[in-house]
Design a protein around this ligand. Structure first.
Ligand code: GTP
Length: 602
């Protein structure tokens, strides 16, 4: 294929607006998959099929005949959920244009806006497409107006389709060819292959997805990795059609996969450049690092499984670069990791993928977010290495005596909703410490709010509340907005006066009492009764702000053994001693590991 006949494009949209369905239709029309066999072909991961969402961008190459010429169309299907925006920006780097898909029934939603701006800032050609026009309630005119008003796109350029029934889908392919420019890459220049995705395949080892920016790459070539300077022989190369089909060669402008006998998962970093041995080329700019929003500890179910977990995490993070990994350890859970995620859904999906794709069984601790503090005193600053500290783990927060300032992470939220819910949404935002920055109508009946929130306020139940008060009609999206000075406290928990450091949490002053109460109640519900009363307390600066009591309970494992049989008694004592190994002792209080895990888990 000459470069002029290649198009690289993404489909971007709000969750459930029909991206994967449209991708299926495009694959069918171009004969890439047989008709009728159309169950979201590009959602390949088990977690995607179970949850019915896309979490990983996927590539497929299509061949389409138009005006007596064959075109190679490289399609990237991207996720819609806010937690996976990183995947979208990554995919856009390999494209010259996007299909912006909008549900004609729901209209423009918060993630439509966010995704539009990602494409707009990357200066890509945008093809607006209205989907689901087969629905009775489709509001083609209204939604076209929204698209025009919000994004300044011409109404006559908007395509109208039903991805489900196939109506108008052929027009989409034509628009891709006519409106999206071909990649501006040069076959005659030295090779530059950009890694925009990579993953670990249990049978084939590391597989890299390349976007070939210049030159030609063939099987048997020796290529060099820019960041490690290690060199490899290309053992197989090809396109995704829609599964791996070996072609032996890839040219500038194409995207495809490559295998190079890489065993170590750290060698095909997303954002890296590969080139031919003995050539010097300028590497392509890599990706911006993802900024993790929530952190949680991840530990093996049994201490002995640590190495297994380590290898599983290494392989999965090869495929998901947005996860931040650091070592961690806990008195009860042993050696493990502290991982940073883009959101709670991202964390759940990562956990599920570890279990499904790598057979790892893990314990995840309750998630927390990062805070910043400033400290005083030359000696302290020297000890901590800096005046401003990022606190990822609440129990590592410095003593309040030396803290001069607290900062919490903020996000810019976008809410789109029918106008009748304005009052209740405003109230909800205020209750979550939100500050309204802007409010505007995007058509006669819908309102767009811009609200600045503390991240901690929107992570857990904000979206559920928003959905329920708007009968499901409001949508929400957010992006990082840096840190802001605030008033935080550290809440410690004690059992009969002994501190349980794993439970320490940091929160806004106004939330301390509620949080402390909730944790105390949970402790009461999970810790089994013992032979004495246990006082469970939540404290701020040594002052008790919440308390629960766990009543006493007498237990005597040998009581049943009347007199004589000493071997039976020994046996029972031995098994109890073994059980003790699975306990975390806090003073003289025994907490079975599984109860502890229940408290720590989210
Ligand atoms: P995520 O991957 O989670 O972001 O979703 P998606 O955008 O890929 O949406 P998907 O293709 O999974 O479609 C969501 C739902 O809309 C499915 O139940 C589809 O059957 C339905 N759907 C998609 N296109 C159409 C259409 O043209 N008409 C109708 N009536 N339903 C459609």
């Amino acid at each position: 294929f000459p470069v002029e006949n290649i198009r690289n494009f993404c489909i971007i949209a709000h969750v459930d607006h029909g991206k994967s369905t449209l991708a299926d239709r495009l694959l069918e029309i171009t004969g890439t998959i047989p008709k009728g066999n159309n169950q979201q072909v590009l959602d390949k991961l088990p977690v995607e099929r179970e949850r019915g969402i896309t979490v990983k961008a996927q590539t497929a190459s299509l061949i389409y005949r138009y005006n007596d010429q064959d075109y190679l169309l490289n399609l990237i299907d991207t996720p819609g959920h806010v937690d996976f925006h990183y995947e979208v920006s990554r995919s856009l780097a390999a494209c010259q244009g996007v299909i912006l898909l909008v549900d004609a029934n729901q209209g423009v939603q918060a993630q439509t806006v966010a995704n539009f701006y990602l494409a707009f800032e990357a200066e890509l050609t945008i093809i607006p497409v209205l989907n689901k026009i087969d629905l009775k309630n489709a509001q083609v005119e209204v939604v076209s107006d929204q698209i025009h008003n919000l994004f300044d796109l011409d109404k006559k350029d908007i395509l109208k389709i039903s991805a489900k029934q196939g109506t108008g889908v052929e027009e989409v392919l034509k628009a891709v060819i006519e409106r999206i420019p071909c990649p501006k890459f040069d076959k005659t220049k030295p090779l530059r292959a950009f890694v925009f995705d990579s993953w670990y395949d249990r049978f084939k080892g590391v597989v890299a997805h390349f976007a070939i920016c210049d030159g030609i790459i063939k099987e048997g070539d020796r290529i060099l990795c820019n960041s490690t300077k290690k060199n490899y022989e290309v053992t197989e190369i090809g396109i995704m059609y829609p599964d791996q089909v070996s072609t032996g060669v890839l040219f500038a402008g194409q995207v495809g996969y490559a295998m190079m006998n890489m065993k170590n998962t750290d060698e095909a970093k997303i954002g890296d450049t590969f080139y031919h041995e003995n050539q010097t080329v300028k590497p392509l700019p890599g990706f911006k690092e993802a900024i993790p929003m929530v952190f949680a500890g991840m530990f093996p179910m049994e201490h002995s499984e640590f190495l297994q977990l380590k290898s599983a995490i290494e392989k999965l993070t090869l495929n998901d670069r947005s996860v931040q990994v650091r070592m961690d350890s806990s008195p009860v859970l042993g050696q493990g990791y502290r991982l940073g995620f883009l959101g709670l859904l991202h964390m759940e999906v990562f956990n599920q993928r570890l279990e499904q794709e790598f057979d790892a069984s893990v314990i995840i601790t309750a998630p927390n977010i990062a805070f910043k503090v400033k400290i005083k005193g030359e000696k302290n600053i020297k000890q901590y290495g800096s005046e401003e500290l990022l606190v990822l783990n609440p129990c590592l927060m410095p003593s309040i005596d030396i803290i001069t300032e607290y900062q919490e992470p903020m996000v810019n939220g976008t809410i789109i909703s029918p106008a009748e819910y304005i009052n209740s949404i405003t109230e909800l935002c205020l209750n979550h410490r939100g500050r309204l920055k802007d409010q505007s109508y995007i058509d006669d009946t819908r309102v767009l709010f811009k609200v600045l929130f503390p991240l901690s306020e929107i992570l857990v139940d904000f979206f559920d509340k928003l959905k329920s008060l708007s009968s499901g009609y409001a949508s929400f999206d957010y992006e990082d907005a840096g840190f802001e000075i605030t008033d935080l406290v550290k809440v410690d928990f004690t059992l009969n006066g002994r501190e349980v450091e794993e439970l320490t949490l940091i929160c806004h002053v106004s939330r301390a009492r509620d949080m402390a109460k909730r944790v105390c109640e949970r402790l009461k519900a999970t810790i089994p009764r013992q032979q004495f009363v246990i006082a469970v307390q939540g404290k701020v600066n040594q002052k008790v702000i919440a308390r629960e009591d766990i009543k006493a309970y007498r237990k005597d494992v040998t009581a049943k053994c009347y007199g004589g049989d000493i071997t039976r008694k020994m046996k029972l004592l031995k098994s109890q001693a073994e059980g003790k190994k699975k306990l975390r002792m806090i003073g003289n209080i025994e907490i079975p590991k599984d109860a502890f895990i229940k408290i720590l888990q989210k």
